[in-house]
Write a protein that binds this ligand. Structure first.
Ligand SMILES: Cc1cc2nc3c(=O)[nH]c(=O)nc-3n(C[C@H](O)[C@H](O)[C@H](O)COP(=O)(O)O)c2cc1C
Length: 209
């Protein structure tokens, strides 16, 4: 059975659904700082996510110092390139296609900051290494934060490559304990672009009746 198109009428009269459809990964930000109170709202939204056994395993490291973000970005970029090279040429082509969805995205690798995209706030999200559900919990927490950001007039981008900060000198700035690991970083700021919606696959449902 074919999946039905989402009902646009319902979506447009439902703020939560509309917010879900309006969120995009934004990779160009205005040079405007994000108020600490707004960051607190996002963190609280993240904290409201469900978590296995209610462990709430997430920990947030909020970086807003422009120079520090730039330094971290440069160091992560170096490590990421090495990691991608390790994966091999076939996977490199795949990862490039993963990022390039539209001609607009072709600017991606030309950006001077292709890790944090000039965002004024970067939230690293970590969890203890010995929690087998942490990645799922953190994912839910981050989606809450990104939807909350959209609802407050902010934009966001999840950055998985941020986990490579663990292999850089700049990681010392976060002061992580040996027991925790970086899962992802969420970029927050006022977007200076409105990316087109990326088409979603629809052939991934099986109805069992
Ligand atoms: C776990 C995860 C890791 C991601 N890592 C990166 C990243 O390192 N850099 C980046 O620019 N985008 C990253 N993205 C964003 C995806 O590219 C983006 O979500 C996807 O292309 C769909 O676009 P949309 O978010 O605008 O709907 C990541 C997304 C997820 C969920």
């Amino acid at each position: 059975m074919m999946a039905k198109e989402p009902n646009k009428m319902i979506r447009q009269s439902n703020e939560i659904l509309q917010n879900i459809y309006d969120r995009r990964s934004v990779r160009k930000f205005k040079e405007v700082a994000v108020d600490r109170k707004l960051i607190e709202q996002l963190l609280d939204a993240g904290r409201m996510a469900p978590s296995a056994l209610n462990k709430q395993p997430w920990k947030f490291y909020v970086v807003t110092d422009k120079e520090l973000i730039r330094t971290m970005s440069k160091q992560i970029a170096k490590v990421s390139v090495k990691q991608i090279a390790k994966i091999g040429i076939k996977e490199i082509v795949k990862s490039i296609w993963h990022y390039i969805h539209t001609p607009h995205d072709l600017n991606f690798f030309n950006q001077s900051d292709f890790i944090f995209h000039g965002a004024p706030a970067v939230i690293f999200v970590t969890a203890l290494k010995d929690n087998e559900w942490a990645a799922l919990d953190v994912g839910m927490c981050c989606q809450n934060m990104m939807l909350a950001a959209k609802s407050l007039g902010l934009d966001s981008c999840p950055v998985g490559l941020a986990k490579f900060i663990e292999e850089t000198k700049a990681v010392s700035k976060l002061g992580l304990s040996k027991k925790e690991t970086v899962h992802i970083a969420i970029l927050i700021g006022y977007g200076d672009e409105v990316p087109e919606i990326k088409e979603r696959k629809k052939d991934n449902v099986v109805y069992i009746s």
